[in-house]
Write a protein that binds this ligand. Structure first.
Ligand code: PHE
Length: 452
């Protein structure tokens, strides 16, 4: 292990690092996307494949990201090029970090638009506008929101400002303070909602749907979606975890820390599913409703239940908190780079980057209204950015990080950082050299050439 320190702050403890990284991992991917893709792909068997991918591909890549960041104690671009140089390789490996920064910027631009929808839904749930509403009416209400650029812009702007303020305040004062307040709140909210779902009468059905492993329902495509999602949900492949790792304390064991983060992220996704499906089933709604599951079906379901207004509001607050802590982590790698390399002040770097991603976000929210005609490869801006980042850029970044950690970094450096038993080290190294790159290459291939 090196004795370097970051020119930025360090996390106060191992647990703060765990919670901050969990805050990044737990986001719209867990609460919005995971339940709906589970619903679309038949439930249990899909969940099992997803869990396997997290364990065999996600966790080992996350270990690599943390150790590279911690070894160099710099932003992802410089961390990769320093560690490459130390292993007598070319500094060009830093280019993975450049692609990562770009992924973060592009993901933020549509993530913040969805974050804005969530803020809007906190408001409409709170004011009771959705009480007793039918599913047609809920669909119309969601459509009306998407058709209204001014409202979307307002919420997107608010969400962007909330994020920039935290990043600008720095690691300890900003991200760490936010983590200390928001993560416990998130866990408490989730437990309350789970308790509520248990009283709805659809709990057994929801449980069965998620944990009944019926392999006849599992398709090749579903397995591929599960692998792709395990990437997005753990915030891998773009340097976020690397940047957070560079602020990690020296004494923490990387293996155990990363396992805890992976377990917490998975737990939140599973509990979110267990909180959502019973509500859907007890209202006789369709679990395979797709992306609208959260913004159309759930408000209808909450609107028909006792205390639905209260719990519906709490639900969207939970999603908002989760989205916020993830959005922060999308900006951090680039801000760290601007501060460390270009010697910018953190506040200036955060605001400057904030203005850029906010501007890009306008193109994303315009996809549903004034820019609906602008398409790239047949997709509107929003869908296009979602597609190329989640399906191409993150997996590509992940493959490259795995290959780098497995083939380029010298064993002695990796062993020195990971400090684990020989068996675990060998398993990890095998995953970096073979399992993870091959699995991701297979996913990338089939995502680009879908099985008909
Ligand atoms: N992991 C976040 C989620 O599940 C998304 C994210 C991806 C955040 C990549 C940071 C980096 O919503």
């Amino acid at each position: 292990m090196t004795n370097k320190t970051s020119i930025q702050d360090s996390w106060a403890s191992r647990w703060i690092f765990i919670l901050a990284a969990t805050g990044s991992a737990v986001g719209l991917g867990n609460i919005w996307k995971f339940p709906y893709i589970t619903g679309e792909n038949g439930g249990g068997a899909f969940v099992l494949v997803y869990l396997t991918c997290i364990l065999l591909v996600g966790i080992p890549i996350m270990m690599a990201e943390v150790f590279i960041g911690r070894r160099a104690r710099k932003n992802p671009i410089n961390a990769l090029s320093d560690v490459a140089e130390e292993s007598d390789s070319t500094k060009k490996w830093g280019l993975i970090g450049v692609m990562g920064m770009l992924s973060g910027v592009l993901i933020f631009s549509f993530y913040s638009v969805v974050g804005g929808w969530v803020l809007h839904y906190i408001k409409v749930m709170l004011t009771g506008e959705m009480s007793g509403i039918s599913s047609d009416e809920a669909g119309t209400a969601f459509g009306a929101l998407l058709a209204d650029p001014a409202t979307l812009l307002g919420w997107h702007t608010l969400f962007s400002i909330m994020t920039v303020v935290v990043v600008a305040a720095g690691i300890n004062k900003g991200i760490e303070t936010a983590t200390r307040i928001m993560m416990p709140a998130l866990f408490v909210l989730l437990i309350i909602l789970l308790g509520y779902a248990m009283t709805t009468g659809g709990f057994a059905q929801g449980w069965n749907f998620m944990f009944h492993f019926d392999f006849s329902k599992l398709t090749w495509n579903a397995a591929l979606i599960a692998l792709g999602h395990s990437f997005f949900t753990l915030s891998l492949g773009m340097g976020t975890i690397m940047a957070y790792g560079s602020y990690m304390t020296k004494k923490a064991s990387i293996g155990k820390t990363v396992l805890t983060i992976g377990a917490l992220d998975t737990l939140v996704a599973l509990v979110a599913g267990l909180a959502i499906f019973p509500i859907i089933f007890s209202n006789g709604m369709d679990p395979a409703a797709g992306p609208g599951l959260m913004f159309i079906s759930l408000p209808v379901a909450f609107g028909q239940m006792p205390f639905g207004q209260l719990f519906g509001t709490l639900f969207f607050v939970l999603v908002g908190v989760a989205a916020w802590t993830s959005a922060i982590s999308l900006l951090e790698p680039t801000v760290a780079f601007l501060v460390e390399r270009l010697k910018m002040k953190r506040v200036t770097a955060s605001i400057g980057l904030g203005v850029i991603v906010w501007g890009l976000g306008i193109a994303c929210l315009g996809s549903f209204n004034f820019m609906a005609d602008v398409t790239f490869f047949g997709k509107n801006t929003f869908d296009f950015l979602d597609y190329i980042t989640a399906n191409i850029m993150l997996p590509l970044g992940g493959i490259l990080i795995a290959l780098f950690a497995g083939w380029i970094v010298k064993d002695k450096f990796a062993k020195d950082e990971l400090e684990t038993s020989d068996t675990i080290y060998k398993l990890w190294n095998f995953s970096m050299k073979f399992t993870a790159p091959i699995a991701v290459a297979v996913v990338l291939y089939f995502l680009l050439n879908p099985i008909k």
